[in-house]
Design a protein around this ligand. Structure first.
Ligand code: N01
Length: 600
């Protein structure tokens, strides 16, 4: 069959389908997610915070709080803001970094920007009066906006920075959690919200010899500006005369490659799978337009984007960018059929989109062999799509070499460099743009030991995958809430999911405080029902991902019960938001079990 059967360019669809399968098979590995390692051993030092005062010290804190929020990224900030708005003021925020920002605190690599429109990504724009400077804001600006939110809602006074929550233990008799930190703090909390982030646990490839390299090497989320010079804006003068290797071509790699290419003597980019690189089209914000927006515009715009990108047809595309464009295909509209990820219409739209992505490579990259190697052969949504107007262009520079590993990855690390296909590439520095643990193990990603009722650890409880109500609550762990995408309705704009979750949690916690409830947890029936619904509704997504090239989105191609349970709620974000709103509206009358506060 060719795409003559449809509108659009003439594509041999059968040959393309075979090519997708071939490319996928090249990348499947028996070790799956086990191919990665966290920052341990020699690399434990990677985990030191280059942005924090190294000699920080303080006395341990002992206190009681209504709520402990773990994490000062957007998830933690939104939760604290919503609690504040409901008059819940006895809050302690525990944050590993020396300031707010989470992902945007840690990730300061050159070129960093948001890949979702800032007008829907940066929350609370109406409350703070902040106008993002560009449609896709720089990382430093997003970090500053996190700080602005914390100032506006007076959260600095409640926060212990450079403090790592380590252990949470539930005390049924006192109906509270004892929260212990790495600084000897003990906080007795009635409620705990874990907002430790989606990308908080950097991972490295388990390449043989990785500990042997003698030059500087670092993960992108711990960028070593002492070595490279400059800052997130560029000016990496320390790279003059240096041969730099970057491993990884995901969203991070494609953002940091252009500035490194500009300053390094030689850049070798080690590619395992080419990313899809679509048009970015960034531009400065139109301030007059911004000021003319009516109250409530931000949630309306967020909803429009989330609905459209989850396949629900909209009359208007407010964000109108390369991300939403796919869902504006003519076939996307009737009856929201685009919601079905395996539908013929969607399959066709994704194929055509990928074809334009491949044609774009040809139109920009001059060297034919390099251009061929940069073309992605997988369904558009098998990986998070990339957007850039300066990444493909770097391959026309004489100082940039694409080292294509044909799906195999880097073979070996030596004291002097990296080996691919038996050839050693000598390097002065290696930069790992190799991503983060993502929805694999809550215990590993959060670094928390959580001991619930009857001394049960959450790690053991979720050994074979998560069991939750709405992704946020789990039976046996009363008054403990997780902000996560596991078993939650996911928007391409994570901040929309976090917004809905933080409102639900703040409503629920204030409901408990107002009604003198000592504890709340899901009923066994409600939890089972949600888990079963998640599994049932995930079938279509899992079927789609099963045929995808490996990535963190599909557990590196491994099918397992754990992967199915740790997946998002397959019913989509809009029904998920509706569940949460319904619970709040109805005063949480169903699905939850409350116990009265025990008088001490
Ligand atoms: O990480 P990734 P990331 N040899 O896991 C490669 C968010 N984000 O940090 O594709 C050679 O996507 C690996 O290869 P392959 C965003 O949600 C947001 O880039 O697996 N290469 C891949 O290319 C994003 O999805 C923004 O074959 C090896 C790369 O390392 C998420 O963060 C900006 C290898 C890892 O890519 C993670 O993105 C940046 C090996 N042995 C990030 N092992 C925003 O703008 C791995 N790789 C909001």
């Amino acid at each position: 069959m060719t795409s003559h059967d449809h509108d659009g360019p003439d594509i041999d669809l059968d040959a393309l389908a075979r090519k997708y399968v071939e490319e996928r098979e090249k990348r499947l590995r028996a070790d799956g997610v086990g191919q990665y390692q966290s920052l341990s051993g020699k690399f434990a030092s990677f985990d030191t915070d280059p942005n924090a005062p190294p000699d920080f010290d303080r006395d341990p804190v002992r206190r009681q709080a209504d709520v402990v929020v773990i994490g000062g990224g957007y998830g933690g900030l939104l939760t604290a803001v919503q609690l504040r708005k409901r008059g819940v003021n006895n809050i302690v925020i525990l944050e590993k970094g020396a300031d707010f920002g989470g992902t945007w605190y840690w990730n300061r690599y050159p070129g960093i920007r948001c890949d979702v429109e800032s007008y829907i990504y940066m929350p609370l724009l109406e409350e703070t009066g902040y106008i993002p400077s560009e449609k896709y804001a720089r990382g430093a600006e997003i970090y500053e906006q996190c700080r602005l939110i914390a100032e506006k809602f007076d959260l600095y006074r409640d926060t212990l920075f450079q403090t790592l929550a380590e252990t949470l233990a539930w005390h049924e008799d006192r109906q509270c959690w004892d929260v212990a930190t790495n600084r000897g703090d003990t906080i007795e909390a009635r409620f705990v919200v874990s907002a430790t982030g989606l990308y908080s646990s950097p991972k490295l490839p388990g390449i043989p010899g990785i500990e042997q390299f003698e030059g500087p090497s670092f993960h992108t989320s711990r960028w070593n500006y002492d070595f490279t010079g400059g800052n997130a804006e560029g000016n990496l003068t320390g790279l003059a005369g240096k041969k730099v290797g970057i491993i990884g071509t995901g969203s991070t790699g494609i953002q940091c490659v252009p500035p490194v290419a500009e300053y390094a003597e030689q850049l070798y980019l080690f590619q395992r799978t080419p990313a899809s690189i679509d048009v970015r089209g960034n531009r400065p914000s139109d301030v007059e337009w911004f000021k003319s927006l009516p109250p409530g515009w931000q949630r309306e715009r967020m909803m429009n984007f989330t609905a459209l990108t989850s396949g629900v047809a909209q009359d208007e595309d407010m964000v109108n960018d390369s991300m939403t464009n796919l869902f504006r295909q003519p076939d996307a509209t009737p009856g929201g059929r685009f919601q079905d990820i395996n539908s013929e219409e969607r399959n066709k739209a994704e194929i055509l989109r990928m074809e334009t992505v491949r044609q774009r490579v040809d139109s920009i990259v001059k060297d034919r062999k390099t251009a061929e190697a940069l073309k992605p052969y997988f369904h558009y949504f098998c990986k998070r799509p990339g957007f850039s107007d300066n990444y493909l262009q770097v391959f026309n520079r004489p100082n940039v070499t694409l080292v294509d590993t044909a799906g195999k990855g880097v073979e070996r690390v030596t004291p002097r460099g990296l080996v691919v296909d038996g050839q050693e590439h000598e390097l002065d520095c290696i930069i790992y743009a190799t991503g983060f643990d993502f929805m694999t193990s809550y215990a590993r990603e959060s670094g928390l030991t959580v001991i619930g009722r009857e001394d049960t650890s959450l790690e053991a409880h979720w050994k074979h995958g998560a069991r939750t109500l709405f992704g946020m609550q789990t039976r046996g762990f009363p008054n403990f809430f997780v902000l996560t995408l596991v078993q939650a309705g996911v928007s391409f704009n994570y901040l929309h999911t976090a917004d809905a979750q933080s409102i639900y949690l703040a409503d629920l916690i204030s409901h408990c405080l107002e009604n003198n409830f000592g504890s709340v947890e899901p009923t066994a029936e409600a939890e089972d029902e949600w888990v079963n619904l998640c599994l049932e509704r995930s079938e279509a997504r899992l079927k789609f991902l099963a045929n995808c090239t490996p990535s963190y989105l599909n557990y590196e191609g491994q099918q397992s019960e754990e992967f199915a349970l740790n997946s998002p709620f397959g019913g989509g974000p809009l029904p998920y938001f509706e569940y949460l709103e319904e619970m709040s509206r109805e005063g949480f009358a169903s699905r939850l079990e409350f116990k009265a506060l025990v008088e001490s």
